[in-house]
Design a protein around this ligand. Structure first.
Ligand SMILES: Nc1ncnc2c1ncn2[C@@H]1O[C@H](COP(=O)(O)OP(=O)(O)OP(=O)(O)O)[C@@H](O)[C@H]1O
Ligand SMILES: [Mg+2]
Length: 489
């Protein structure tokens, strides 16, 4: 078994190529065309991290990572690679795995509250334009000011309706709230619900510390998020992972310069993060990636070519594995050339030519040396993984889930009092009052008074909330956050 700071052997050229645990939080990149070995490389890295006690998180976008809990040996190409590379002490083995699933089917349910997600990320999920996004931010502010908790999509729907109805009154305090924008947000919400996202928003929300665990023998847990269905909603997928990164950044303490990372986060299909992202969002992502290092989190992006990532992000990825790229068209050739230029040149190695010749499971590798400088790029074979490549059967998966240390904790949704319930109660009360007023043949209360009533009622609920742990979420507005999202309890 590896000890704490044993270098991670990831590939073999003439000599072994290692990632130094101390440099592993300086991020990384796994790139290459379809079928060139990216997912196997990701698996090898994850296993190595687990062995030195570093937990990892990854999304399983194709369902081909589920075999991780069981020993490999069934794949002929992998066995052959073990022999070719001359790994005498190689032993197939399974790893401690926790399965997660936004839809709660293939793993423990993963949830976030609407409030935690915040208006900026929600705008991205809902595909809002800038004006609509500004209105959504106002809607969050109205909820905050009125002590209305936004936990699930019901809450968001209720507050949108409220703001829509009270727009003329609210405008005095909050500025222009156009009906068209509210309508657009409501339509976006409907689409989101149709994608099955209702399950994702609510409580109990994911406690990120549950991702950062080791098993009894000191191996880090490998957290696998089932993402095949989630990927059908690419914006939700990318934004959800980004939210996790932002939350990790906000919740973890400064780690200085740790001997090894606290957590390694693999971001597969990373191009989705940047597709059509606004400049503001790209800047935020760049900021999260840059800052999260000091929290001891290493981020490894997986994508087809390095050019899928903005330069400001790419420049921060120290440990790189470049699998083969195709060069059929002139455009491909340009990509190959540009990808080659992202490596530190190595005498006698024509990087651009080699990229197109690499076999499956072979790659150009450059890692950070002890001084933090990128090593000269080398052509190397990626070490074969220890676990099973064949995906789990649904029985095997259910067994792993049931035997997990977290089983039972996230399985059941909790629906406590929040915006939806409070606003519903208020409407019911108003209808009753209106009935009384009508029966007395008096003019109905004007909107301003209604808002006043609501604020009084909400103040009561906020006071109650502050007494409990929930209060922290209301203070969100004061503390602010990277994406305008809420604080955890
Ligand atoms: N390092 C390796 N050692 C042995 N076999 C490998 C290695 N890497 C890849 N292979 C073989 O190649 C197959 C395809 O690799 P992999 O699934 O990692 O490709 P990929 O780049 O992730 O493809 P896609 O873009 O379609 O997801 C594997 O199932 C395995 O049989
Ligand atoms: Mg793959």
């Amino acid at each position: 078994m590896n000890t704490e700071t044993t270098p991670l052997v990831i590939a073999k050229s003439k000599a072994e190529i290692v990632i130094l645990p101390k440099m592993a939080n300086r991020h990384g990149l796994i790139a290459g065309a379809t079928g060139t070995g990216k997912t196997v490389t990701l698996r090898t890295l994850a296993e190595q991290f687990s062995l030195i006690g570093v937990p990892v998180f990854m999304a399983d976008v194709k369902g081909d990572l589920s075999g991780l809990p069981f020993p490999g040996g069934e794949n002929a190409r992998v066995r052959e690679r073990v022999r070719e590379l001359g790994f005498e002490h190689f032993r197939f083995q399974g790893f401690p795995v926790i399965f997660w699933d936004v839809f709660g089917e293939q793993g423990h349910p993963v949830r976030a509250t609407v409030s935690e997600m915040g208006p900026l990320l929600l705008s991205r999920i809902l595909a809002l334009n800038e004006i609509q996004s500004a209105v959504l931010t106002l809607v969050f502010k109205v909820a905050d000011d009125n002590g209305l908790l936004l936990l699930d999509l019901k809450d968001l729907r209720a507050i949108l309706q409220f703001v829509g109805e009270q727009a003329p009154q609210l405008q005095k305090a909050y500025g222009n709230i156009s009906a068209a924008s509210i309508g657009a947000i409501q339509r976006g919400l409907l689409t989101l619900e149709q994608q099955g996202a209702s399950a994702f928003f609510g409580e109990p929300a994911l406690n990120l510390h549950d991702l950062i665990q080791s098993d009894g023998t000191g191996r880090g847990f490998i957290n696998v998020l089932a993402a095949d269905r989630l990927l059908q909603s690419p914006k939700l997928y990318a934004t959800f992972l980004l939210w996790m990164l932002a939350e990790l950044f906000e919740q973890l303490p400064e780690a200085g310069d740790p001997e090894k990372p606290k957590l390694v986060f693999f971001f597969d299909e990373a191009h989705l993060l940047f597709d059509g992202a606004s400049k503001v969002l790209v800047d935020k992502i760049e900021q999260v990636v840059r800052l999260i290092r000091s929290k001891g989190v290493g981020v490894y992006f997986i994508t087809q070519t390095p050019l899928d990532l903005p330069e400001t992000v790419l420049g921060q990825l120290g440990n790189r594995v470049q699998h083969a790229l195709r060069a059929f068209t002139p455009r491909d050739q340009k990509t190959v050339k540009a990808a080659a230029e992202t490596f530190r040149a190595s005498a006698g190695l024509n990087v651009a030519a080699v990229i197109t010749e690499l076999e499956v499971g072979e790659a150009l590798v450059s890692v950070l040396d002890i001084k933090g400088a990128p090593t000269k790029v080398e052509r190397a074979y990626i070490c074969p993984p220890h676990s099973r490549l064949t995906p789990l059967t649904s029985d095997e998966r259910s067994r792993v889930i049931r035997e997990s240390i977290l089983y039972g904790h996230y399985e059941k949704t909790v629906d406590r009092e929040s915006a939806y319930e409070i606003l519903k109660e208020r409407t019911a009360k108003q209808e009753k009052e209106a009935a009384v007023i009508l029966s007395q043949k008096q003019p109905s209360a004007d909107g301003q008074a209604q808002v006043g009533n609501l604020i009084a009622a909400a103040a009561k609920s906020a006071a109650h909330a502050i007494g409990s742990q929930v209060g922290r979420q209301i203070i969100r507005g004061v503390l602010g956050s990277l994406f305008g999202g809420g604080k955890k309890r």
